[in-house]
Ligand binder design. Sequence first.
Ligand code: ATP
Ligand code: MN
Length: 537
Amino acid sequence: MEEYGKRASNANLTKDLGLKNLENVYWNMSPAELIEDTILLGEGILTDTGAIAVNTGKFTGRSPEDRFIVCDDKTENAVWWGKINKKFEPAKFDALFNRMKAYLVGKDVYVRDSYACADDNYRMNIRVVTELPWANMFAYNMFLRPTDEEIENFTPDWHIVCAPNFLADPEVDGTRQSNFAIINFTEKIIMIGGTKYTGEIKKGIFSVLNFILPHEKNVLSMHCSANVGKDGDTALFFGLSGTGKTTLSSDPNRRLIGDDEHGWDGNGSVFNFEGGCYAKTINLSAEKEPQIYDAIKFGAILENIGFKEGTSIPDYDDVSITQNTRVSYPIYHIDNIMEPSIGKNPKNIFFLTCDAFGVLPPISKLTKAQAMYHFISGYTAKVAGTEDGVTEPQTVFSACFGAPFLPLHPAKYAELLGKKIEDENVSVWLINTGWSGGGYGVGKRMSLSYTRAMITAAMEGQLDSVDFVQDEIFGLNIPATCPEVPAEILTPRNTWEDKVAYDKKANDLAQRFIKNFETFEEGVPQEILNAAPKLLV
Ligand code: ATP
Ligand code: MN
């Protein structure tokens, strides 16, 4: 077992993890070295801007059904078990880990020392062991990067072991199929196999923090992006995948704290968990999203993209592999960032939804009760990626805008957020980045420049003195005017040619909100229940 690279004198994979008889162990390699190995192994290619492009194989997204948590003394009574948080037996974990270790015998591995949580009070050291060099580089991009000196004294709190070419045998191993991501809170290990999709690494640690921070430290963990204005005012953007967290938090006039995962503690610290961004690249253009576009340079890793024919120039409109094409890059690829990635108590919170029914207003101001109602609901819509025209979008309700990553009952996060919104008197806005003028197939998606203008107006207080109109069904307060935005698009009903169709669709969506909320009714205060939509009769 040959070991190369920088590491702490007591760093020992055999003692800490039981990894034995590996071939070469590459510690904390630079991005350049990892890129070189990636290319030599035929795992990736260089693109015209110096970014590398890789394919993640069979999985081009996370596999939520194959995400497990080891059920033991630490988790049994704390985790909200069910379809999202699936149980795994401790003995089965150990057995599967042994099989993975046997698989790695004689193979090269890459080790990355990194950490999560930009606020030192919550810093969590993570040692990531990967089979593939570019997965290691993903960890370099996405987690926080220790200094050389910190690496010399590095003691891991958590380990991630990621061996995509190792396949589980469901019969023997107790997994659902050959791929898996399993979190063990007692041994502090995340074990990933059978999938090269890097999001499993990132969201694995996110899930860990979503347990530890609220449960053990009374800190709210959030699936949101965050940025800071010139006056130091922090804004948070919650939303499910594809609603605009990454896109809208990159704003040339505001410094970026982070694009996806944050904590908010009792001392007014809003801190990034991560050290990088993971942006969608579908239809990316330099005109509409210059900051993200320019971040795709040496050091960035593109996933599952296509190329302009006969060149190494990415074609971001090519979705032949997946709609979920992605790029990861260290946060410093964005030019105006907060350093360190910490802000203060937010002044504004935006709930982003991509309503493909075209029913919800592009911007509305929520009362405290409505804010809690929408946070618990966590609504967005998915459009089926089909060629043959009009298909009905699907509603998605994901509590706290991040249910797949929340090990605790949603009420825990909602309670923490509610208290903070109350105490800090935060303004909460609902932003529909989805359809206008009709649903998917009839209307079109809200223009990004209008969405940006509405968010800017809200943050700059320009909506404080305008008139608001209340929408009948959802009870949402809609500004009658907004600078830089045509007034007629602010009220969705006005943008639909067929008003009867609008009322029907709005009623239909309201019904789905009400149905979804049934699961949460118990224990939710009457005031919040009153914020539910009211059906037209
Ligand atoms: P994830 O949690 O998966 O990272 P996300 O919330 O960060 O998702 P984004 O990466 O910001 O989502 O994706 C939003 C996508 O929608 C981008 O591709 C963006 O270009 C596109 N888009 C189109 N119109 C709008 C709009 N009005 N507002 C925001 N995004 C828009
Ligand atoms: Mn994102």
